[in-house]
Design a binder for this molecule. Structure first.
Ligand code: FAD
Ligand code: FES
Ligand code: FES
Length: 470
């Protein structure tokens, strides 16, 4: 039995835990305001808000219901567009009407829910955050200009909303942005008896973290399969720093990583880099370990972690072991993880102050697209000489690649144009791209060469390398 609050009502369902929420809403609950578009997390038409109990109240995040298994909602508050309706139009809905920002209306519920999510979570309440909230929402009709105007109108009108997100729900209710039933949601969630993640003796359960890979690829197979929802194990979640090591729990989401001030301080390129991963809608669910185990040759997080010299802590039936990420992959989608083992933590040394860190990614569009080629570089420099370097690249080999020889070459070299030019040749000798839908092998070689130069443009502007980037 899975219990959660669906808008105003507590529901208990025996639906298979692997059923996607979108199907439960539309087929079993007749809640048709949540639209079915791509079923791959790409369009935002199915956006909902998931509220989880936190020490301070209830924390809401937007999510794509087409990729969200119902079993992961146990003990949570699920808000659909129907759950945002009050007596009249909310200010979010009114801004859309006033600016003519809806035509066929298919994308509108998702946009309203995503913008309400922005009002619930943004610390700045700035336009930039509002735009980030809808970066995963596609509209086929409006050309976006009217949607942009509606968002500007909304942002200009919210000066009465409290800046402190902890007390935000009260002011959002007062402003008629949320219905009043949100006010006692924390205590209602406390009274829901939840289950342990269900396990069966007959089959090995599939670990589900955010589900943003699993439910794109295998939603039908997983519907009736035994699943192990990792979100139930709070020990797998969170970011901490011990001595000079950053330790990240396996289920920490990409959006949480993006917002972490400690990581942003230590790695100035961090927020921009993580902003290039999918969209807010997907980042709210996608986890760090999920990216590693998906083992895509172009996994953005994996490429970043390779440059940061990450190690994995792995727990299994025969105990706990540690593996360096650069030794983890053995070929296309093959890696050093045995049946029954879980990645529990990812750790890497705190990058020293003054480090140079950069991430580059080329994809066909800025958001919601995986890379053709991506690369990360971490460099330490003393008096014009590189003392340590780690360079990684994706999309140029069967698995995410740590560029061992190229990284070693950089150590001890002067920061100069000659060093960069020689490096690009070494990188070229270390990769083995293939022709595929994301480009020819020749194109990917040429791309990586330019992206390696781009690292030095970003990290060492004094070299004035821009002219090498036609
Ligand atoms: C629309 C869209 C856009 C995307 N854009 C990007 C992008 O720009 N860049 C990018 O890199 N990726 C992208 N992705 C892919 C995906 O979001 C990421 O790979 C994400 O980090 C996967 O994490 P997850 O928690 O959702 O994994 P899940 O789907 O839950 O799991 C993936 C795999 O990892 C296993 N697993 C999960 N956690 C553990 C653990 N702790 N121990 C052992 N096994 C585990 C699961 O069993 C499964 O095999 C995108 C996906 C979508 C749907
Ligand atoms: S249906 Fe397109 S994101 Fe879910
Ligand atoms: S109004 Fe038709 S898809 Fe946006």
């Amino acid at each position: 039995m899975i219990r959660f609050i669906l808008n105003r009502d507590l529901i208990s369902t025996t639906t298979a835990p692997g059923t996607t929420l979108l199907d439960l809403l539309r087929r079993e609950r007749n809640l048709k305001g949540t639209k079915e578009g791509c079923r791959e997390g790409d369009c935002g038409a199915c956006t909902v808000l998931v509220g989880s109990r936190s020490p301070d109240g209830v924390q809401y995040r937007s999510a794509a219901s087409c990729l969200l298994p119902v079993g992961d909602l146990d003990g949570k508050h699920l808000v659909t567009i129907e759950g945002l309706n009050g007596d009249g139009l909310s200010p979010v809905q009114q801004a859309i009407v006033d600016e003519g920002a809806t035509q066929c209306g298919f994308c509108t519920p998702g946009i309203v829910v995503a913008l309400t999510g922005f009002l619930l979570t943004s610390t700045s309440l700035a336009m930039e955050d509002a735009l980030a909230a809808v970066e995963g929402n596609i509209c086929r009709c409006t050309g976006y200009t009217s949607i942009l105007r509606a968002i500007e109108r909304l942002v200009a009108s919210i000066d009465t909303i409290l800046a402190d997100p902890l007390n935000r729900i009260h002011t959002l209710v007062e402003a008629s942005i949320l219905p009043a039933y949100f006010l006692d949601m924390a205590s209602r969630l406390d009274n829901i008896a939840t289950n342990e993640s269900p396990k069966t003796a007959h089959e090995t359960p599939v670990p589900v973290a955010g589900g943003t890979d699993l439910f794109v690829q295998q939603a039908d197979r997983l519907q009736n399969h035994a699943l192990y929802f990792l979100s139930k194990d709070l020990r797998l979640h969170g970011i901490r720093i011990e001595k000079d090591t950053i330790i990240i729990g396996a289920t920490t989401t990409v959006e949480e990583l993006k917002g972490d001030t400690r990581l942003r301080e230590r790695l100035p390129a961090w927020e921009r880099a993580l902003g290039l991963v999918s969209s807010t809608l997907i980042r709210n669910r996608a986890t760090l370990a999920g990216n590693i185990i998906n083992a895509s040759p172009i996994g953005d997080l994996t490429i970043l972690l390779l440059a940061l010299n990450a190690r994995l802590t792995i727990r299994g039936p025969s105990g706990v072991r540690c593996v360096s990420l650069d030794a983890f992959y053995r070929g296309y989608k093959q890696f050093d993880l045995n049946e029954g083992e879980l990645v529990t933590e990812i750790r890497f040394p705190c990058p020293p102050l003054g480090n140079r860190f950069n991430f580059e990614k080329v994809s066909r569009r800025e958001h919601l697209d995986i890379a053709s080629v991506n690369t990360a570089m971490l460099v330490e420099e003393v008096d014009g000489y590189i003392t340590k370097a780690r360079l990684s690249a994706g999309g140029v080999a069967p698995s995410p690649l740590f560029l061992t020889r190229s990284s070693a070459y950089l150590s001890g070299k002067p920061v100069s144009i000659e060093t960069v030019m020689e490096l690009t040749q070494l990188v070229d000798a270390e990769i083995a791209p293939i022709d595929d839908v994301r480009g020819t092998a020749h194109y990917k070689r040429s791309l990586l060469r330019r992206l390696v130069i781009a690292h030095f443009v970003e990290c060492f502007p004094r070299l004035a390398l821009e002219e090498l980037l036609p």
